[in-house]
Write a protein that binds this ligand. Sequence first.
Ligand code: KG4
Ligand code: ZN
Length: 327
Amino acid sequence: MIILAIESSCDETSVAILKNERNVLSHALVSQIDIFKSFGGVVPEMASRNHVPVITLLIEKAIKDANIEIKDIDVVAVTEGPGLIGSLLVGINAATAFAYAHNIPIIGVNHLAGHIYSANIVAPFKFPLIALLVSGGHTELIYMRDHMKFEIIGETLDDAVGEAYDKVAKMLGLGYPGGPLIDQKAILGKDTYKLPRPKLESQGLNFSFSGLKSSVANIVGKEKDNIHINNMCASFQAAVLDVIDFKLSKAFSLYDAKQLIVVGGVAANKGLRQMLQEKYHQKDIVIPPLNICTDNAVMIAAAGYYQWKYHNLINTYILGGQANLSL
Ligand code: KG4
Ligand code: ZN
């Protein structure tokens, strides 16, 4: 089965073609990161407009690179949410027009399911599994007993991890997106600032990062130019990783799991990868390569495949965007 997938939920426009579970035939992507560096973050209205001139070209490129013909495509998959509504609608309209014009069925895919299925591109899922989804908009622990069955066992009560990284980077004047910049500097620094580890013992597997972010803001406010940037990055990253480690080990003590998958933009974090290799090496861990950790259409195709196979969920050509769609 051949799936053409489109992802445009935020500031990446991406089209991918996947054959069955994990044979990636092509992956075309245009990122707006360079445009938004000067704004210090994504401007939603601009992001949606910038998808328009590239999306058709990316569809054409993905088909050409995959060396297939349009008639070979069995299904079109598109991110229907969550995300920025204007950006989602550009992808949905392009996907619908393409599918309708060529009489191909279309399915709407949940962006979060997409992130989770990026790991299934690397290795087949082994159920039951625990998924840690850490991105700019989400921080979730998910228990899966089977394909496309998601049980949320923990989530953030306030900021997502990636969001905390981006906000702290902004306070430190590092630029956007903050995650990779803090990650690079953390390696050069030491954990010298005493930052809290919000473990929320009474909150089970839920996370909270806003207190940690405020602690950084207080220190930055007091010390101003005297802040040792590399050490602050190392201290912030160490605090985040301690919290993630604490919640993950708690999850493993409460749930029987054969596999740990770690997905989403923050899964690109070198410190996180190192901590997982050190502390969870006895588990079967799957972390996707960097290019499919951040937003991409390969993961949408991967989730779309299982949605089609297990649930035969076919939408009509009147798909709508759902900005707050949950798993
Ligand atoms: O998954 P993603 O591309 O978009 C969302 O669906 O949110 O994640 C983007 C987030 C941003 O907050 C970015 O700062 C963070 O992932 N990120 C990182 C790293 N690379 C990207 N955070 C920490 N360390 C990294 N190396
Ligand atoms: Zn994402």
